[in-house]
Design a protein around this ligand. Structure first.
Ligand code: HEC
Length: 208
């Protein structure tokens, strides 16, 4: 029997490994430098890095859509609550379920307003977002309104009797309207007012 040739690793492997580890080291060093520069730049801009998940940077349209859909669904859930606040009879379980859902939705609401979604355009009749720049000028006040609304929803969910429930339902509607009047552009269809009708059209056409 002849001895088999040695299966030892070819000599070339050693330099390759060496080269690879040197490459890895310098790549790591380079990455560190790049990351330092990137985070310095990000720090300057007040922006997070480019790791996946910063949807405020990468999915602005989707965030705006998400908050609008959330708000529209909240409005639907308010139907029995508004009716109850106005004096209609209501099943307490229906009210409680709606109020609990609204409470959870309002808890999430303020997190759907990263500064990149400050995109209101006053020149467009149907803008992509009706969230006003005022939100980011006074985000603390915006947050406080979301909290007040969420607490009103919780009070309704926990109400043990009708008067307490009605008061909470009214307060909840008041918080929706309060936030919108300061932070969202209402949709106002163009309409003719009394003032328009009384307008003296002749005054703008100087007679000759
Ligand atoms: C903290 C502030 C805040 C509170 C509280 C709030 N909203 Fe809103 N809502 C907004 C903003 C801002 C917009 C505009 C969002 C956009 O266009 O990007 C909006 C939009 C809406 C819209 C229009 C959605 C669309 O695009 O057609 C409805 C409907 C709505 N809200 C219902 C409600 C109801 C009902 C409540 C109370 C249960 C409520 N909101 C509470 C801030 C709030």
């Amino acid at each position: 029997m002849h001895a088999q040739p040695s299966t030892a690793a070819p000599a070339s492997r050693v330099p390759t490994l060496g080269a690879r580890s040197i490459g890895r080291t310098s790549r790591a060093a380079l990455t560190a430098v790049v990351l330092t520069l990137a985070s310095a730049a990000a720090g300057q801009e007040g922006l997070p890095g480019d790791a996946p998940g910063w949807t405020g940077l990468t999915e602005v349209d989707e965030i705006i859509e998400a908050r609008r859909v959330l708000m529209i669904r909240t409005e639907e859930l308010m139907l029995p609550i508004d009716a109850f606040a106005a004096g209609a009879e209501a099943e307490s379980e229906t009210l409680r379920a709606a109020a609990e859902s609204i409470e959870a939705m309002l808890l999430a609401l303020p997190h759907l307003f990263p500064p990149t979604t400050n995109r209101y355009d006053p020149d467009v009749l149907e803008p992509e977002t009706r969230a006003l720049p005022e939100i980011w000028r006074d985000f603390a006040a915006f947050r406080a309104m979301a909290t007040a609304a969420e607490e009103a929803a919780a009070a309704l969910a926990d109400a043990e009797d009708e008067p307490t429930g009605r008061a909470a339902a009214l307060r909840l509607r008041g918080t929706c309207d309060g936030c919108h009047s300061r932070f969202a552009k209402p949709y106002t269809p163009p309409k003719v007012t009394e003032e328009d009708l009384d307008f003296d059209f002749d005054s703008v056409f100087p007679d000759d």
